[in-house]
Design a protein. Structure first.
Length: 324
């Protein structure tokens, strides 16, 4: 295992720990006994991760020779700085602040995981099957769908709507309409005291209904991308992890929706979402690296074949001249 790969593996573990402790803080009751300990652990891990990212840049920069990989590395540091600044106004009653923290952390996790997959030592070989461009696009779509679904789930938690819809699969039809609490879906609106209680309930049910519809599309996109990745022979283990974890998510979500909205179950739902995102990102990074390695092999073969073809044509012309 190369040094950049080891460094990025440590980065992924640190970011996974940050997202897990952050979810624990966000989902636990304010008077939970362990909350002080979790907050302290979160701050320690976040501080260590901030310093570690600088170490990562210093030690891995020269080994990351492609422009996209270096941009991803710089993006990690930039996102870390933005999240540190955002921490000055956290916690906040604005869901937008919660979403920015949540999605910023998840984006960092996805970037680090993709880099980890990309520097996995993919060597060009004649037997390698190049991942098609359509697969790489599908992986990007699936990652985007996971991030959107995570953000929507964050809105449900920010609005305290975890148990707002425990009956119909799509929460009935009361949430459909112009006066049905759409203010609940506005992430830049804090207090809902001036919104009627029935409208708030309808808005919370709308959050759930949309989350479930997005969940169906997300599961399909992740499963399709992971299955196609398995067919290329690249990142098989991580593709299987993505398939297994995305299969568990609907079960956890159904448990929460049915009224088992305990902090531990909701935390498991969040952690599994992070696992889906990170494993799919590793597979996407490995696929991009394999495609690049395959392209380099083909260019090398063409450079090797061109002089040999010229020599063969020269010999053929010489033989033809001797024959005449």
């Amino acid at each position: 295992m190369t040094l950049p790969r080891v460094l990025l593996a440590i980065t992924v573990v640190l970011l996974f720990a940050i997202t897990t402790t952050s979810a624990h803080i966000r989902l636990s009751p304010a008077d939970a006994a362990e909350l002080v300990l979790v907050r302290g652990l979160h701050r320690i891990v976040a501080t260590v991760a901030g310093v570690w990212l600088l170490v990562l840049v210093a030690l891995a920069w020269s080994d990351l020779r492609s422009v996209p990989q270096r941009i991803a590395l710089i993006s990690l540091v930039v996102l870390a700085g933005l999240l540190a600044w955002l921490g000055l106004v956290t916690p906040s009653e604005l869901p937008a602040v919660t979403l920015a923290n949540l999605l910023g952390g998840m984006a960092m996790l996805a970037l680090a995981a993709a880099l980890h997959g990309a520097v996995g030592g993919v060597e060009p070989s004649a037997s390698m099957r190049r991942p098609p461009r359509s697969l790489i696009r599908w992986q990007a779509v699936a990652i985007g769908a996971v991030l959107l679904q995570i953000g929507w789930g964050g809105m449900i938690a920010a609005r305290g709507a975890a148990a707002a819809c425990a009956d119909a699969p799509l929460c009935g039809t009361a949430w459909i309409g112009t006066d049905s609490g759409w203010a609940v879906l506005d992430p830049f609106r804090g207090s809902l005291d001036d919104v009627a209680a029935q409208a708030v309930a309808h808005g919370q049910r709308a959050l759930h209904a949309i989350h479930r519809l997005l969940g169906i599309a997300t599961v399909a996109a992740v499963a399709y991308a992971a299955l196609r990745t398995l067919g290329t022979g690249v990142a098989r283990t991580w593709s299987l992890v993505a398939l297994a974890s995305v299969a568990v998510q609907p079960l956890l979500g159904a448990g929460i929706a049915s009224g088992l909205d305990t902090p531990m179950l909701m935390l498991a739902h969040n952690v599994t979402a992070a696992l889906v995102l990170s494993s799919l990102s590793v597979a996407a990074g490995a696929s991009a690296a394999a495609a690049g390695a395959s392209d380099r092999l083909r260019r090398s073969d063409r450079r090797f074949e061109a002089p040999r073809a010229r020599r063969a044509r020269s010999l053929q012309r010489r033989a033809s001249g001797d024959a005449t």
